[in-house]
Design a protein around this ligand. Structure first.
Ligand code: FAS
Ligand code: PHB
Length: 393
């Protein structure tokens, strides 16, 4: 089989890239390991930065998001028995975030690609990428029990942390940077009204907690848990009791509980691979970087990578330019590392790393200073709504 751009992975990065290329007359084929149902059933991110919202509108897949998404102008941070609001609108000249689940984004993109006749192959795992340094790359994949190959001009490795694209990079050509955090997030999804109008991030002596949502009737909550914890150790009531212990009193009183729709544990890590390009193989999204979800950056970084990669590929086909392809990795990594920094910093302030009372007092003092200073509120606000995409043309 042959196409212009071979895309590995039918997550947000692969789907969004395929849709943007299609709108510019460039054909692609998506190879996805899992079934469509599995991909659409994954419960993940919930907060879209302004840059991602703009890109989904450019991709002409934003109608449902604009109808059903919730625009949020701020978050609250609870610590030391109090709660402080960070006003995005006032500290960023009017920016906000959109609450709209990644599962919905994925469904909207899949529907758009299929409606346009896009070729999305499910249960078709890529095994390796070959010949991407010389001329015409080939993606070796499996379909219906047979080995096949997809010949293309360019390959986008959008296959996440456990994908096949990054391991196909030449030995010694990559540098990996990694930090693994000594805890995880236990998350619950429930058809209950959110405890508050906006998200609440909690630093508590028992550990971190987060109150988020998917709509006015569906909530998403997280509590920090041990790395070796298991969902089997938690009944719904045990989760709600632990969350209530960590919430500020006014929120704990208002909390409405209900049965889980889903419960899962996500490990926390920071991970970056450099560079993000090897000849005609380009990595985007979780295939190249992972952030702890504290700053709500993972999904949004996938979108900014796709912003740069789509422009570079369009310039390649429309104007026979290779300069943007050459600048792709550097442009992505500048924004990636600033998001890695913010996610690490926000995680370090809000989570319990040890039982040392000095460290806890230091966290409370840092949060007290930041929320009490215009400069502190501004730095949290401008990083949370998303730093701007560089001009790339
Ligand atoms: P994805 O991992 O979404 O997609 C990669 C796709 O490639 C998958 O469909 C996979 O099946 C496929 N694939 C893998 N190997 C393949 C192969 N060999 N051949 C073909 N296909 C292959 N981010 C936030 O901002 N907030 C959150 O709260 C949050 N929670 C998360 C919870 C969990 C459990 C996880 C794992 C991630 C979470 N993230 C969160 C981050 C997440 O949203 C990612 O940033 C986002 O999915 C990135 O999108 P992609 O880069 O498209 O990667
Ligand atoms: C979510 O709603 O899943 C969510 C929101 C904010 C985060 C992480 C996850 O920082």
């Amino acid at each position: 089989m042959r196409t212009q751009v071979g895309i590995i992975g039918s997550g947000p990065a692969g789907l969004l890239l395929s849709q943007l290329l299609h709108l510019n007359g460039i054909e692609s084929v998506i190879l996805e390991r899992q079934t469509r149902e599995h991909v659409e059933g994954r419960i993940r991110a919930g907060v879209l930065e302004q840059g991602m919202v703009n890109l989904l509108r450019e991709a002409q897949v934003s109608d449902r998001m604009d109808r059903e998404g919730l625009v949020h102008d701020g978050i609250s941070i609870a610590f030391g028995g109090r709660r402080e609001r960070i006003d995005f609108y006032g500290h960023t000249g009017g920016k906000s975030v959109m609450i709209y689940g990644q599962t919905e984004v994925t469904t909207d993109l899949i529907n758009a690609r299929l409606a346009a006749g896009g070729i999305l192959k499910y249960e078709a795992p890529a095994l390796a990428v070959e010949d991407f340094l010389t001329g015409r790359p080939r993606i070796i994949y499996e379909e219906d029990g047979q080995k096949k190959e997809l010949v293309c001009d360019l390959v986008a490795g959008c296959d996440g942390y456990h994908g096949a694209a990054r391991p196909s990079a030449p030995a010694g050509a990559t540098q990996v940077f990694e930090k693994v955090y000594p805890f995880g997030w236990l998350g619950i999804l429930s058809d209950t009204p959110p405890v508050d109008e906006e998200l609440i991030y909690v630093n508590h002596e028992r550990g971190f907690a987060l109150c988020s949502m998917r709509s006015h009737t569906r909530s998403r909550y997280y509590v920090q848990c041990e790395l070796d914890d298991s969902v089997d150790n938690w009944t719904d009531d045990a989760f709600w009791d632990e969350l209530r212990r960590r919430l500020p009193p006014d929120a704990a009183e208002k909390l409405i509980t209900g049965p889980r729709l889903e419960m899962s544990i996500a490990p926390l890590r920071s991970f970056v691979v450099e560079p993000m390009r090897f000849g005609n193989l380009f990595l985007a999204g979780d295939a190249a970087h992972i952030v702890p979800p504290t700053g709500a950056k993972g999904l949004n970084l996938a979108a900014s990578d796709v912003f740069y990669l789509s422009r570079a590929i369009i310039a390649y086909y429309h104007e026979k330019r290779t300069d943007l392809l050459d600048r792709y990795s550097e442009a992505c990594l500048r924004r990636v590392w600033k998001a890695i920094r913010f996610s690490w910093w926000f995680t370090s302030m809000l989570h319990k790393f040890n039982d040392d009372p000095f460290d806890y007092r230091l966290q409370v003092a840092e949060l007290d200073y930041l929320t009490g200073s215009a400069a502190g509120r501004t730095t949290i606000a401008e990083n949370y709504v998303g730093l701007p995409f560089e001009t790339f043309e």
